[in-house]
Design a protein around this ligand. Structure first.
Ligand code: CP
Length: 319
């Protein structure tokens, strides 16, 4: 069967999802990222691994962290980076996604980093490149709808490994709007592949998708129960842009029931870390005392994201 993510030799051709991504590939990305972290501390923050390659950032949906860190990562690998301004591009004149891709590929693109509000858009592009024989062009999914955000999932795994070392002894809790979260899905797939024995998801039933149990997680609607003795807490924002309304009474009531406060954090292990993919809504899913507290590793996540994205791109480019 055609697997768009791996080539016929089992090597990474595109990075579209963490679902089904073999453990060896995840470790290869995390280990490669480890070797890139120190580059950020050098005076000259560059290596020549992608010199002469062209990376196109195609963000059809807004982003602060992902777009910027992909740009930094590309530049640190010495690639040429083109940030397509979607609002000012010919998509506003009715050009289709695949026609846009073909035109950019005709400019000798080597890699497309794609964020799109439609789940599956990066798959559509990968299949199109396959069908048209453009095998030298690689796709990195930078977040598609509510489906997947694999580089966020991988940078989250890097962060957990950095602070906790061994995945096989951990309890990890993911709190909030799981239903609309591509980060939650990418994290759950990666955590279970890496052998985390207990992944908990915590939220109101209206924000927990059907069939979640089949992903190997435990469901909790009571945050106090769900946080007990966990090692890692991942908080998520309410993704209003993907909600059809009526799922929650109000942001204030969500905070009352599911906001991460210092009092609730005290239910976790005393050395638990607090993560958040951003953007954060203080006073909704997380209190400022937690977000700015000693257990939060939210900004290190962003920094690690550069090395992880360098690793993904350099592996795809064949290094
Ligand atoms: N975590 C994340 O995807 O953030 P951005 O939307 O700012 O890229």
């Amino acid at each position: 069967m055609y697997n768009p993510q791996l080539n016929k030799h089992g090597e990474l051709q595109h990075l579209l999802t963490t679902e089904g991504l073999p453990k060896a590939h995840i470790y290869s990305i995390l280990d490669t990222a480890e070797s890139f972290v120190s580059i950020g501390n050098r005076e000259v923050k560059k290596v020549p691994l992608m010199r002469g390659k062209s990376v196109f950032n195609l963000f059809f949906e807004n982003s602060t962290r992902t777009r910027t860190t992909f740009e930094i990562a590309s530049k640190r690998l010495s690639a040429d980076v083109i940030n397509l301004n979607i609002a000012a591009s010919s998509t506003s004149k009715g050009e289709s996604l695949l026609d846009t891709i073909d035109n950019l590929a005709a400019m000798h693109a080597d890699m497309f980093v794609v964020r799109h509000a439609q789940s599956g858009a990066p798959y559509l592009i990968a299949k199109h490149l396959h069908d048209t024989g453009q095998h030298h062009v690689h796709i990195v999914n930078a977040g598609d709808g509510r489906h997947a955000h694999p580089t966020q999932g991988l940078l989250d795994m890097y962060t957990i490994r950095h602070y906790k070392k061994d995945f096989t002894q951990l309890r990890v809790a993911i709190i909030g709007d799981i239903l609309h979260s591509r980060v939650a899905r990418s994290d759950i797939h990666a955590l279970t592949t890496l052998g985390v024995p207990e992944v908990r998801v915590i939220g109101p039933l209206t924000l927990l998708p059907n069939g979640l149990e089949h992903m190997g997680v435990r469901l909790f609607t009571d945050i106090n129960e769900g946080l007990k003795d966990v090692d890692v807490i991942i908080t998520l924002r309410l993704q209003h842009e993907r909600m059809n309304g009526g799922l929650l009474p109000s942001a204030q009531e969500f905070f009352q029931s599911y906001g991460l406060t210092l009092e609730r954090l005290a239910l976790a292990k005393s050395d638990a870390i607090v993560m958040h993919p951003g953007p954060m809504n203080r006073g909704v899913e997380i209190d400022s005392t937690v977000a700015d507290g000693t257990q939060a590793v939210i900004l290190p996540q962003v920094t690690f994201g550069i090395a992880v994205r360098m690793a993904v791109m350099s592996i795809l480019a064949g290094n």
